[in-house]
Ligand binder design. Structure first.
Ligand SMILES: Nc1nc2c(ncn2[C@@H]2O[C@H](COP(=O)(O)OP(=O)(O)OP(=O)(O)O)[C@@H](O)[C@H]2O)c(=O)[nH]1
Ligand SMILES: [Mg+2]
Length: 358
C-alpha cells in the first residue's frame, strides 16, 4: 500500500518526503522531478511507553510507504502529464500538499501562493481525469457489437457518475449501492482515493495561526470530509536538524507537542485503513500492521505463518489498560486479559500473545 504525495509543482512535496523517509532528494528548481519511493516509520507513543516498561533489545514502529510524485509544470508535454497521472492512479491514498508559503524563487517560477485556488484546481484536475475514464467506458459500451448483458445498467450508473463529477462531487461522495459499485468495476478512480490535504505554511502564518484562504479551505475540507492538516515544512526541517535533546524546548516555544511530520505519518496510516497491534517481550517490542477488521487468526499470520496455521487462542489485553494499571501483572490481576478465538476482530492497540501449536 502506497501513499502518493501529490499537488502542484514547488509546494514542498519532496521536502516532506525527505522528512518522512529520511531521504535526501534534491528540492526546489534543481529537483530532478522524478518519482521517489521510500519507507516512513509511524511514530507511536504507545510503542515508546511499551519500550520504557519492557526495555527490549529492539523496538519496531509500524511502517508505511510514501511515493513522491512531482507536480505537472505548465510546459510539460502530454507524455509527462499522463505518466505522472498514472503514478497518482497507482497510489492507494493521496496526500495533497498545498502551498501557503512565500518564497521568491518559487513565486517567480509559479506565481504567488493562492492555496484555495490551488486546492480546488487540483481537485478539478483529478475529477477531469475521472470524467475522461468514465466517458471512455461509455463510448466503448456504445461502440461494441456484442454488448454485455448488463450494458444498460452499466451505462446508467456511468452516466450518473459522470453527472455527479460534472457537478463537483468526488466519486467517494456519490451514493451507490454495492451492485452499482460492482458495475463500475475496478476503475481506480482518482476522486475515490482517500485524501488528506496538507497546507504547507509560512513560519509567520504558522505563528499567526492563520493564512490567506484558511476559512475557505477548512470549509472545503468539511464539505468533502477531507482532513486538513497545517504543517510548516521550514519548521519541520529545523526540528529535524536539532539534536534530540534540544527539540522539546524548541517545539515548546512554537506550541508544538510533536513534529507535524509525526502527525502526518499517523494520519496517512489511518487514511489507508490500517491499525496496529503489539507484541511485547524482552527481545523486542513491535507494532504489526493490519487492516481494520482483521480477525485474530489472520493477524497471527503477520507475526509468523506457523501462528496462523496452528492458531489456538489469542491472549489479549489493551494498551489503554496497561497504561491505566501501569503493568501487565496489574492488568492481569484486574481481569483485563482475555482469551480470544480465531474470529476475534483485533482492535487498534491490542497487545497480543498468540498461542499456537504446529
Ligand atoms: N519558505 C519556505 N520554503 C519552502 C517550504 N517548504 C518548501 N520550501 C521550498 O520550496 C521549494 C520547493 O520545494 P520542493 O519540496 O522541491 O517542492 P515539490 O513539491 O517537491 O516540487 P516538484 O517536485 O517540482 O513538484 C524548495 O526550494 C523548498 O526549500 C516552507 O515551508 N517555507
Ligand atoms: Mg519534488
Amino acid at each position: 500500500m502506497q501513499i502518493g504525495l501529490v499537488g502542484l509543482p514547488l509546494t514542498g512535496k519532496t521536502t516532506f518526503f525527505n522528512l518522512l523517509t529520511g531521504a535526501a532528494e534534491e528540492t526546489g528548481l534543481s529537483g530532478k522531478r522524478e518519482v521517489y519511493t521510500g519507507t516512513a516509520a509511524v511514530p507511536d507513543e504507545r510503542i515508546d511507553f511499551l519500550a520504557r516498561i519492557y526495555r527490549p533489545k529492539k523496538i519496531f514502529y509500524a511502517q508505511i510507504q510514501f511515493k513522491d510524485i512531482p507536480g505537472v509544470h505548465r510546459g510539460d508535454g502530454a507524455g509527462t502529464t499522463s505518466r505522472l497521472l498514472e503514478e497518482v492512479r497507482a497510489a492507494d491514498a493521496l496526500v495533497q500538499v498545498v502551498r501557503a508559503f512565500k518564497e521568491d524563487m518559487v513565486d517567480t517560477a509559479v506565481g504567488e501562493p493562492d492555496p484555495y485556488s490551488e486546492l480546488t484546481d487540483f481537485g478539478v484536475d483529478l475529477a477531469l481525469a475521472d470524467m475522461v475514464a468514465v466517458e471512455n467506458r461509455l463510448n466503448r459500451l456504445q461502440g461494441t457489437r456484442k454488448p454485455p448483458k448488463d450494458a444498460l445498467a452499466q451505462a446508467s450508473v456511468l452516466q450518473r457518475v459522470l453527472n455527479a463529477l460534472e457537478n463537483g462531487q468526488r466519486l467517494k461522495e456519490i451514493e451507490l449501492t454495492d451492485q452499482e459499485r460492482s458495475l463500475l468495476a475496478d476503475q481506480n478512480f482518482l476522486t475515490e482515493k482517500p485524501l488528506i490535504i496538507v497546507v504547507n505554511l509560512d513560519e509567520e502564518y504558522w505563528t499567526a495561526g492563520d493564512f490567506p484562504g484558511r476559512a475557505k479551505i477548512l470549509a472545503y475540507g468539511t464539505e468533502h470530509q477531507i482532513p486538513v492538516m497545517e504543517i510548516c515544512a521550514r519548521i519541520e526541517l529545523e526540528i529535524n536538524q536539532l539534536p534530540a535533546e534540544d527539540r522539546v524546548e524548541f517545539m515548546k516555544d512554537l506550541h508544538l507537542n510533536e513534529p507535524g511530520i509525526n502527525r502526518l505519518a499517523r494520519a496517512a496510516y489511518s487514511l489507508l485503513g490500517l491499525i496496529s497491534f503489539f507484541t511485547i517481550g524482552a527481545d523486542e517490542v513491535r507494532a504489526w500492521t493490519i487492516r481494520q477488521g482483521t480477525e485474530a487468526r489472520k493477524a497471527a499470520g503477520k507475526v509468523h505463518s506457523d501462528m496462523e496455521r496452528g492458531f489456538i487462542r489469542a491472549e489479549v489485553f489493551h494498551w489503554d489498560d496497561l497504561k491505566s494499571t501501569g503493568s501487565a501483572a496489574a492488568a492481569r490481576e484486574k481481569g483485563l486479559f482475555r482469551l480470544e478465538g480465531k474470529e476475534y476482530v483485533v482492535r487498534d492497540g491490542d497487545i497480543i500473545n498468540f498461542r499456537f501449536n504446529v
